[in-house]
Design a protein. Structure first.
Ligand code: CP3
Length: 372
């Protein structure tokens, strides 16, 4: 796959070009359901330390690929690296998830947030990407990612995982301009972070908007979608400008960056799917609450779709898993533009053997759907 013109199956599907079969990768494919991950994790108790050690992040990124014939690697990292780099003192508490010592409360807190150079403060992510890219030898493409501004902001304001998002919603209804300033700062940071990931070797980008679905339609458009739209536009502009610079003969003929597809994923997107598909992104992730035939009729030919098997299906027996995979493939139907995935991250107590069954089912049943 070293040929410059040879596009990977995942990239082709994201750009809605013909493929031989439906590509598959799994959200959270490197993680606790893998015994080999738990071995490393038992030695390094601090999850953030794993992210900040490029050799380990690279090794963990490759673990699922050594076990399964997946169509992509996703760099092992977290969406909270940005607020950690802002100095909010991120910690992961055993059994409780992320926690910030210094959450954002006031306008002053927002104004004090530093401007980040991703090659300095987040250099460990870029080093992990460069290392992984070398190790992959172009076998599969590498996915880089960030959280959406809204989703990162929920953690920065709530300080931890939240049930009702009362702190950030209080800010949203009482001091919307403070929240907009925070979201604007996050957007600018995310553009430079994702651009740096592409320069380091990421070939596909995904933005996780895990909590956009807790907003009303109008608030979703204002506080989540509009910022993702701006990120997509600015990134595409920046990456095209990089390519134009490389195309100038006197610049020494550096490496041209191929089109980098951008996937946007809002969990529980509901009524807002059409709007999400009109942001200029290449693909949207769909969770299992919306069947792909309905999703496809809403987005038409604008974007590719990624998803959407219920992660709980992996608790079932092989026969149930195979039938559920076939249903997802059938619901998408014929033609290009489908990337198989779970509707959200894989659960930590799933048996890896079940994952193998799902992947095999996608590979064997999907060929009949990949032509019109
Ligand atoms: O998909 C992958 O394999 C790449 C790695 C990845 C992680 N986090 C590793 C991780 C990605 C893409 C993320 C994104 C992320 N992080 C999101 C968006 C995810 C989505 O699906 O919508 C969110 C909300 C976070 C924040 C976060 N990180 C939480 C809430 C937690 C704790 C949850 C838990 O299950 O304990 C984390 C920790 C985390 N990030 C783990 C992994 C593998 C578990 C760490 C461990 O205990 O070993």
């Amino acid at each position: 796959m070293a040929n410059m013109l040879n596009e990977h199956r995942l990239v082709r599907a994201l750009l809605r070009k013909p493929v031989d079969r439906t590509p598959i990768w799994i959200m959270r494919q490197a993680g606790r359901y893998l015994p080999e991950y738990r071995v490393i994790r038992s030695k390094v108790k601090d999850f953030l330390k794993l992210c900040k050690t490029p050799e380990l992040a690279c090794q963990i990124t490759l673990q699922p690929l050594e076990r399964f014939p997946l169509d992509a690697a996703i760099i092992f990292s977290d969406i909270l690296t940005i607020p950690d780099a802002f100095g909010l003192e991120l910690a992961f508490l055993e059994g409780e998830g992320p926690y910030f010592q210094r959450p954002i409360c006031t306008l002053e807190d927002v104004e004090k947030l530093p401007t980040i150079d991703p090659e300095i403060e987040l250099r460990y992510v870029m080093d992990a990407i460069r290392m992984t890219k070398r190790a992959l030898k172009d076998r599969v493409p590498l996915i880089g990612f960030a959280g959406s501004p809204w989703t990162i902001a929920t953690y920065m304001v709530e300080g931890k995982i939240s049930k009702n998002f009362t702190k950030i919603k209080k800010l949203m209804v009482s001091e919307p301009m403070i929240l907009h300033r925070l979201l604007t700062h996050l957007s600018t940071t995310i553009v430079s972070y994702l651009k740096a990931q592409v320069m380091a070797g990421a070939e596909v980008l995904m933005i996780f908007d895990t909590w956009g679905g807790v907003l009303s339609c109008a608030d979703y458009l204002d506080f989540s979608l509009s910022y993702m739209q701006e990120i997509v536009a600015n990134l595409n502009f920046e990456l095209e400008r990089e390519n134009a610079a490389f195309a100038v003969p006197s610049s020494g003929g550096g490496q041209v960056i191929k089109k980098v597809p951008i996937i946007l994923f809002t969990k529980n997107v509901g009524q807002n799917l059409e709007a999400l598909s009109e942001t200029g992104c290449d693909a949207v992730g769909i969770d299992w609450t919306l069947p792909l035939d309905k999703a496809r009729s809403l987005v038409g030919h604008k974007v590719a779709l990624q998803g959407n098997l219920d992660p709980a299906v992996l608790y079932a027996d092989p026969d149930f898993i195979q039938r559920s995979v076939q249903l997802v493939l059938r619901q998408f139907g014929k033609g290009s533009g489908h990337v198989f995935n779970l509707g959200h991250g894989i659960y930590p107590d799933v048996e890896p053997e079940k994952v193998a069954i799902m992947i095999e089912a996608v590979q064997s049943f999907s060929t009949r759907y990949t032509y019109e």
